[in-house]
Design a protein around this ligand. Structure first.
Ligand SMILES: Cc1cc2nc3c(=O)[nH]c(=O)nc-3n(C[C@H](O)[C@H](O)[C@H](O)COP(=O)(O)O)c2cc1C
Length: 389
């Protein structure tokens, strides 16, 4: 059997959270929903035990009650966030406007579908019950999309487990997973969403180890090896920005880096892209050494980066990225080695047969100090917020 990979990929990459483009006026037949559930039931299930149970809600009073739970759960917050962010250009503005729209219109959707699973999640953090239902729920979304329907993955309406159970007569030992407002979509053109590229979030042979190509076996510098440290901080990006753009901040957390001094402003006469500083480092193999560095990313409250040794042929590329998340910010700190010369390339040149081992050791030590750095940033930000500065 030939599978049309393009069609499958198109469905997988354009199945968006649809809220404002749900057609509230066009009826959805039960048969369509049942077909999609039959397809979803083909998803893998632990022990080959079919424990998923699906509830289709058509009753206007019950839909209205679920909409009310949603409004009480996160709906009020979503509506006020949408009002606050309207016209601000904030990365969450569109999402919040769309979420607020669904809060207002949930009761009007032709059908609400709730997949459940027999049993309660054990909360152990180990693979378990949820792993036998999430993939089926997502297959259901894809099957809808293939038929011109859409939905959104809504969980906030299920926050009051007791109320939902009472409304729908769900036994205590059954878990509701997600609530799908289902309708035909208004138009069927949906786009791919911006997401982290696979290379940035795929780790090879150990957590937080990235490669720009390959990796070859054995690993080479030409593979562009790198490392990632991340932390969630309960503060807005604006509170973190001054800390990560302080070129001396890392000195407190790095084994090697002692401090830095500005050398030149960038072409715009500021410390943005093109500005340069020189860092002083110390390590037991090389003693003290100076590393010229050049700011290569300055996107206020979003990304700050620099390259070492040479802007065009850097020894390493470093970057802080700030990603807003509910209640705070995710700080992502990345480092990519090469492609240009550095202390590392000198070490490799003197022991070419040990290239893979030299890289592995370098990454391991960098990872440790990068982790200390993001933890340190979090502490500095928390302390500043506490002092009200
Ligand atoms: C675990 C989870 C919970 C979610 N809860 C809600 C929700 O309560 N309300 C809602 O409108 N969207 C909810 N969503 C949908 C996300 O907001 C949506 O997937 C995200 O904004 C990305 O949009 P996209 O799916 O179109 O790429 C949830 C998604 C997931 C995975």
């Amino acid at each position: 059997m030939d599978i049309d990979a393009d069609a499958v990929d198109a469905a997988l990459t354009t199945t968006r959270a649809v809220r404002r483009r749900l057609d509230l006026d066009r009826p959805v037949a039960d048969d369509v929903l049942l077909d999609c559930i039959d397809i979803a039931e083909q998803a893998p299930t632990g022990g080959n035990l079919g424990s998923r149970r699906w509830i289709v809600i058509r009753d206007p009073a019950k839909k209205a009650a679920l909409a009310e739970f949603y409004r009480h759960g996160a709906g009020r917050w979503m509506t006020s966030a949408a009002e606050r962010l309207a016209g601000s250009g904030h990365p969450m503005e569109r999402n919040m406007a769309s979420s607020a729209h669904l809060v207002e219109h949930l009761a009007e959707v032709p059908a609400i579908v709730i997949p459940t699973i027999l049993g309660r999640h054990d909360g152990s953090g180990r693979p378990g019950l949820f792993d036998s239902v999430i993939q089926a729920a997502w297959s259901f979304c894809i099957a809808l999309r293939a038929r011109g329907l859409g939905t959104a993955w809504v969980t906030a309406a299920l926050a009051d487990d007791q109320a939902v159970k009472e409304l729908l007569g769900i036994p205590a030992d059954v878990t509701e997973i997600v609530m799908f407002p289902v309708a035909y979509t208004i138009g069927t053109d949906f786009e791919r969403a911006p997401r982290h590229p696979a290379r940035e979030i795929t780790y090879f042979d150990g957590f937080a180890r990235t490669f720009e190509s390959g990796p070859n076996d054995p690993v080479m510098l030409a593979d562009g090896p790198g490392a990632v440290a991340e932390i969630d901080i309960d503060a807005p990006p604006a509170a973190i920005w001054p800390v990560i753009t302080d070129i001396n901040m890392n000195a407190a957390f790095s084994d090697e880096f002692q401090g830095a001094e500005w050398v030149d402003d960038g072409p715009r006469g500021d410390r943005g892209v093109g500005a340069s500083f020189v860092g002083t480092n110390f390590n037991s193999n090389f003693g003290e050494f100076k590393v010229p560095s050049f700011v290569d990313a300055y996107d206020e409250h979003v990304a700050y980066g620099w390259r070492t040794s040479d802007m065009d042929n850097p020894g390493a590329r470093w970057r802080f990225e700030l990603e807003p998340r509910p209640g705070g910010t995710r700080l992502r700190y990345t480092m990519k080695l090469g492609p240009g010369p550095s202390g590392l390339t000198m070490a490799i040149e003197s022991m070419p047969d040990k290239e893979a081992r030299i890289i592995a050791r370098r990454i391991t030590s960098q990872l440790a100090s990068m982790q200390r750095t993001v933890e340190g940033v979090k502490e500095i930000v928390a302390a500043r917020l506490e002092q009200g500065s």
